[in-house]
Design a protein around this ligand. Structure first.
Ligand code: DX5
Ligand code: ZN
Length: 216
């Protein structure tokens, strides 16, 4: 599987994304990860489709929206129209996930399902064959900068065995050190927020992380 770096803009200065996003992309970012929180399903509020549209104006990079909101299906069309290439929703927040995957297909965007650290792989067995990506949360959603819950990586290995060609993404606490375990577990897409945002040169930060990702 091709290894991919997906910087999350969550911990970046939101008023400077027009410069930081292109810097991350020239450093080799493969995907820009947009963490959408509604202050209801998770306590913080981040941003909506208007920000995704603004980011799209500044890059051609693949954009994915990670929806941490109540009634995620209400946001499918706005984020698709804003230029997102893939939309990820939580199994814990949806009553009819199979139908939601079909809804994303109809909109012409990639479909991803997300599981929290407390959710077993068995909760999504029926969806694994029909989605483009599974995102395994390695922290509980809501905040950047939390330490990785390493036991969640066992689910990555389980999923890799279930479907070897699946895009498996990990999100939460991924840094220079934990990338090694995440990669060994079988993940191929790595969301990285605070570790990149805490550096001064974002282009170099992304480039160095890509090197680390390949060597880990
Ligand atoms: C948490 C978000 C993550 C977060 C990752 O709810 O889904 O994408 O930004 O941030 P770090 O890399 O700081 O753990
Ligand atoms: Zn995320």
């Amino acid at each position: 599987m091709k290894l991919k770096l997906a910087p999350s803009v969550l911990s970046f200065d939101m008023t400077s994304l027009s410069t930081s996003v292109p810097q991350l992309v020239s450093g080799g970012a493969d995907i820009i990860h947009l963490d959408v929180m509604d202050g209801n399903w998770v306590p913080p509020i981040t941003f909506g489709d208007a920000l995704a549209r603004s980011v799209r104006r500044h890059t051609d990079c693949f954009l994915e929206a990670h929806l941490m909101v109540a009634n995620p299906e209400s946001q499918f069309e706005p984020f698709a129209k804003a230029g997102c290439n893939r939309i990820l929703f939580h199994i814990e927040g949806s009553h009819h996930p199979h139908r939601l995957v079909e809804g994303l297909r109809r909109l012409g965007v990639g479909a991803g399902i997300v599981i929290n650290p407390g959710t077993p792989v068995s909760a999504i067995t029926e969806l694994v064959p029909i989605v483009d990506m599974v995102l395994v949360m390695t922290v509980d959603p809501g905040w950047g900068g939390q330490p990785m819950i390493r036991s969640a990586l066992n689910k990555v290995t389980e999923l890799r065995n279930l479907r070897p060609d699946l895009e498996i993404e990990v999100d939460g606490g991924v840094d220079h050190g934990t990338i090694v375990e995440a990669k060994r577990a079988g993940a191929n897409v790595f969301v990285v927020g605070s570790y990149l945002a805490n550096q001064t040169d974002f282009e170099a930060a992304a480039r160095n992380f890509k090197i680390r990702m390949e060597e880990a």
